[in-house]
Design a binder for this molecule. Structure first.
Ligand SMILES: [Zn+2]
Length: 445
C-alpha cells in the first residue's frame, strides 16, 4: 500500500483534465476561479459576507499571494451569528450541525449543509477511502452514524458506492463488545477517533491476542493522532495506519494520507488551504508551521472564506514520493489555543501526546501551567488497573523532564508535578478535538 493518492484522479475528473496531464498550476487556477465565484455568491446572499467583503475587488486576485489582501473569517463570527452566513433558505438546508464549544461560555457554533453540500463530502469520502479500502472490505466506523448526514452516515454511504460494507458504533465504550463485532463481522478496516481506537487496541492486546484476525488498515480521524499512537496501533494490529484531517466546518473531510503516509493530500477540488502566522495573520510559505485557514470552493449552504481553524500545521515544499502532484500537509501539531508558552518557549499538545500516550497505562490527560509559581502539572487517567502508580508517576516525570521546554523550566526555578487518577478510561463521548491545556493561571499579582 504505497500507492499514489487517489485524490489526483478525483480532482482531475472535476477539472476535466487527464490525470497524467494535470499539474498543480491547473489546480491553483481552478481554485482561484472557484474562490472568486464563491466570494461573489457569498457577498450576494450572506449578510456576514456582504459586510465582510464590501469594497473587495475580486478581479484583483490573480494568484494565491493576493489572498493576503482578503480578510480572515474568525470562529467567533460564526458563533455569534451563524444564520448571517447562510446563502440559501433554511428550507433548503438538510443538516444543521451544532457544535458545543469547550469551556464554560455555553456558546455553540452552527454549521448548515444543503443536500448538495453533503453529496460533495460523500463523494470525497468515496475517493479518499480508496487509498486504503477495496471493494468487499468490511469497515467498522467508531464515530457517530445514527443520524442522516452525520459523519458515519456519509462515510457508510460512500463506502457502499465503493462496494464495502460499514457499521457505525458510537460511543464505542465497550471494547469487549466491539472486539466480538470485529470477529463476527469479519471487519478488516477500522475508522475512528484516535483516543477510542487506541483504547480498543490496548484492550485487544490484553484480551484478544490469541485470535487470528487480520486487519488490513486503520484510518484515524477527527483529532490529531501523533507518532506514538500510530506506532502502538501498528504494533498491536500489524497493519498500516492512515490519517484523515477534517472538521465540521470543512464538511467533515479535509485531507487524507496516501500509501506513503507522510501527511495529508488535501481536498483541493472543494477547499483552498492556506497557512498563516496566527499572530499577524500574514500568509506563510511552504514548510513554515502556522495556523490552517481554508476557503470553501463548492459549498452553497454556508460558504466560508479564509476561515481560521485554530489548527497548527505546515505544507511541505517537497513532492510526495507517491507521485501525486498535490502537496502534503504535515500532521496537525495541536491547536493555537492548545499551546503553553514558558518564557516565550512553546510547548505543543502533540509533544506532550508523544510522551504521555507512549505509556500504554495512560488513557488521557490534561496539562496545567501556573505562570506565577512556574509549576507545570499533568493530571492523567488510567486505561486499566495499574498496581504501582508511584512507579508510573516517576517514569512519566522522568520522560517529561527530557522535553526541551520542561528541561528549561526545571533549570529556571520551575517545578513539575504528575498526578494519576485511578478513574479508568475517561474518554470524551463527543466528537470535539481533545483539549489538553484546560487551565492556565495568570501571572501572580
Ligand atoms: Zn502521497
Amino acid at each position: 500500500m504505497n500507492g499514489k493518492s487517489t485524490l489526483d484522479d478525483w480532482i482531475a475528473g472535476k477539472l476535466g483534465i487527464a490525470p497524467q496531464a494535470m499539474t498543480y498550476n491547473d489546480i491553483e487556477a481552478y481554485q482561484l476561479a472557484k474562490l472568486k465565484e464563491t466570494m461573489i455568491f457569498a457577498r450576494q446572499h450572506a449578510l456576514f459576507y456582504r459586510r465582510h467583503l464590501a469594497g473587495i475587488d475580486v478581479d484583483k486576485i490573480h494568484n494565491k499571494a493576493d489572498l493576503d489582501s482578503l480578510p480572515l473569517t474568525e470562529q467567533w463570527a460564526l458563533r455569534n451569528e451563524p444564520t448571517e452566513f447562510l446563502c440559501i433558505g433554511l428550507d433548503k438546508i438538510s443538516r444543521v450541525l451544532t457544535l458545543q464549544t469547550s469551556g464554560t461560555t455555553g456558546v455553540s457554533k452552527k454549521i448548515f449543509f444543503s443536500e448538495a453540500d453533503m453529496e460533495l463530502t460523500t463523494d470525497f469520502f468515496r475517493w479518499g477511502m480508496a487509498n486504503l479500502t477495496r471493494p468487499g472490505d468490511n469497515v467498522l466506523i467508531l464515530m457517530p452514524g445514527e443520524r442522516p448526514g452525520s459523519i458515519g452516515d456519509l462515510l457508510t454511504k460512500a463506502l457502499a458506492r465503493f462496494g464495502c460494507k460499514a457499521w457505525c458504533e458510537w460511543p464505542p465504550a465497550d471494547s469487549n463488545l466491539i472486539s466480538r463485532m470485529i470477529l463476527n463481522r469479519k471487519i478488516n478496516v477500522i475508522v475512528g477517533i484516535p483516543a477510542w481506537v487506541r483504547a480498543l487496541a490496548l484492550y485487544w492486546q490484553k484480551n484478544m491476542q490469541g485470535c487470528r484476525h487480520h486487519l488490513k488498515a486503520i484510518l484515524l480521524s477527527a483529532d490529531r493522532s501523533g507518532f506514538v499512537v500510530r506506532k502502538t496501533l501498528r504494533q498491536i494490529w500489524n497493519c498500516p495506519v492512515f490519517d484523515h484531517y477534517g472538521s465540521s466546518e470543512m464538511g467533515y473531510g479535509g485531507g487524507v494520507e496516501c500509501g506513503v503516509r507522510q501527511g495529508y493530500h488535501l481536498r483541493e477540488a472543494d477547499l483552498l488551504f492556506e497557512i498563516i502566522d496566527p499572530v499577524s495573520g500574514r500568509r506563510l510559505g511552504r514548510d513554515q508551521v502556522g495556523e490552517v485557514v481554508f476557503s470553501t470552493l463548492t459549498r452553497e449552504g454556508m460558504p466560508l472564506i479564509r476561515y481560521r481553524t485554530g489548527d497548527l500545521a505546515s505544507i511541505s515544499s517537497q513532492r510526495c514520493s507517491c507521485g501525486s502532484v498535490l502537496p502534503v500537509m504535515s500532521a496537525i501539531q495541536g491547536r493555537v489555543t492548545d499551546l503553553i508558552f514558558i518564557d516565550g518557549k512553546a510547548l505543543t499538545a502533540l509533544e506532550l501526546d508523544e510522551v504521555l500516550l507512549d505509556f500504554k497505562e495512560i488513557a488521557d490527560y490534561s496539562a496545567y501551567y501556573d505562570t506565577g509559581s512556574r509549576r507545570f502539572s499533568i493530571k492523567a487517567t488510567l486505561c486499566g488497573n495499574y498496581p504501582d502508580i508511584k512507579d508510573l508517576m516517576d517514569k512519566v516525570k522522568m520522560r517529561l523532564g527530557n522535553l526541551t521546554v520542561i528541561t528549561y523550566l526545571l533549570g529556571t526555578k520551575g517545578s513539575l508535578a504528575v498526578e494519576i487518577d485511578r478513574a479508568v478510561l475517561a474518554l470524551p463521548g463527543h466528537m470535539q478535538k481533545r483539549t489538553v491545556f484546560v487551565e492556565k493561571t495568570e501571572e501572580a499579582r
